[in-house]
Design a protein around this ligand. Structure first.
Ligand code: SAJ
Length: 394
């Protein structure tokens, strides 16, 4: 996936023999042809080089190795409880191949205690864990900049013992130019959750400010840019909500482990999760005032210049608007060729070009600050009605 494929390809081009595992046969076939199934700048070139070198092969089952890296999703299930089933399944799948002296690394963002749990699962499966190195090294790469950050970011390694941390450090040294910082497994686990909760809390502050400003008739983007001129103030940007599979998920893992103590982290999640609803209400009100029927929705991805629709607030907003059958929804997403299944069932919604939306829509709703929308000539917006959730059309 998004973490393992870049890591596997990079390692393969560094001369390591890599056996990449995915449960989906179509993904395995795509990679073995030197192609990719996800969009990430320059990843296609790297994967092609890795496969052509003969060092990267993909399969649906694990095999014997010196080092095993687990980088599977860790979503939440009901009541925002961490769903560790993918990590558990991956652990059981490698257990028959783990030998004394091997190193097992968990890269998936995980609740505190997961690395220790992997040791327990391996032991239950008959692995002599006293002779296996085990460490957590959370991935920290930013989608859109993965290949660069995979090399340059500092890495935190938390082994279940110091020998495990050292073994993992030796591995990452081969391709990481940033610093490598050693700690305990539980500290490494919480540090990753903390990084994403930090960003979530700070975006929530910006989103709360946007509501306050709206009430007071103040331009929140001007306010933030002015406040940020203070040497110790650095407010993030408000938007239509927080999406993706990390920032909107990981803070819940802290809340789940320490609910009574996580008041601010929970409040931030609630502020950010409420923002799409606020945008919908605003659109409905404005559409009613204007008697608008055709709504041009610009952007479906969870953030700028990527094709990833997972957990996207823009998707939630567009989906909700499409339920209003009196609206025609003109969805513009330059990074996809076809609508995702969730949107396909609405006859009053279609994917169209920016040109068509500009020409046809009675009301434009800017949801994602994709380059195409940022660079739009302001003259094209003259005499148009629009709502800008990202503050780019001034
Ligand atoms: N967003 C705002 N305002 C901002 C910044 C972001 O509304 O000022 C929104 C974005 O539009 C998006 C969401 O937040 O919907 C998350 O985007 P992001 O760019 O903040 O983060 P991700 O989810 O792409 O990647 C994060 C990164 N974590 C941090 O920056 C602390 C990345 O380094 C992690 O590796 C990644 O999560 C992960 O996999 O955990």
């Amino acid at each position: 996936g998004y973490i393992a494929l870049p890591t596997a390809s990079l390692d393969a081009t560094k001369g390591m023999a890599v056996h990449g595992v995915d449960v989906r046969q179509d993904v395995v076939d795509t990679i073995n042809q030197g192609k990719i199934h996800i969009h990430e700048p320059d990843l296609d070139v790297l994967v092609r080089a890795a496969v052509q070198s003969g060092n990267l092969r993909a399969a649906v089952k694990p095999a014997e190795a010196d080092i095993f890296i687990i980088a599977v999703p860790t979503p939440f299930g009901e009541n925002h409880k961490p769903d560790m089933s993918y990590v558990e399944e991956a652990t059981h799948s490698i257990a028959p191949f783990v030998r004394p002296g091997n190193l097992v690394i968990l890269e998936s963002t995980s609740p505190v205690g997961t690395t220790e749990k992997i040791g327990e699962w391996l032991k239950t499966d008959g692995v002599d864990t006293s002779r296996v190195y085990l460490a957590h090294c959370p991935e920290r790469v930013l989608p859109g900049k993965i290949l660069n950050e995979l090399v340059t970011n500092d890495r935190i390694i938390g082994g279940v013992n110091h020998e495990s941390s050292l073994a993992a450090e030796k591995f990452y040294r081969q391709f990481v130019s940033g610093s490598i910082l050693l700690t305990e497994a539980k500290t490494a686990e919480l540090s990753k959750l903390t990084e994403n909760a930090f960003r979530d809390v700070n975006i929530a502050f910006a989103n709360e400010l946007s509501l306050i400003c709206e009430k007071m008739g103040i331009d929140v983007w001007e306010l933030i840019s002015l406040a940020n001129r203070h040497p110790r103030v650095n407010i993030l940007q408000p938007g239509p909500g927080v999406g993706g599979h990390c920032i909107a998920v990981d803070p819940w893992f802290i809340i789940d482990s320490a609910p009574a103590e996580s008041k601010l982290i929970r409040a931030a999640r609630e502020v950010n999760d409420h923002k799409p609803r606020h945008v919908i209400e605003k659109v409905l009100k404005k559409a009613d005032e204007l008697k608008a029927k055709k709504i041009g929705c610009l952007g479906l991805a969870f953030k700028a210049d990527i094709d990833d629709l997972r957990g996207s607030p823009a998707m939630d907003i567009v989906l909700e608007l499409a339920k209003h059958q009196n609206f025609q929804i003109l969805a513009v997403e330059p990074h996809i060729q076809a609508l995702p299944p969730a949107l396909r069932e609405y006859p009053n919604l279609h994917l169209c070009s920016l040109e068509e939306a500009l020409r046809e829509a009675d009301l434009l709703l800017l949801l994602v600050n994709h380059r195409d929308f940022v660079e739009l000539d302001p003259a094209r917006l003259k005499n148009k009605n629009w709502i800008d959730t990202r503050g780019i059309w001034k």
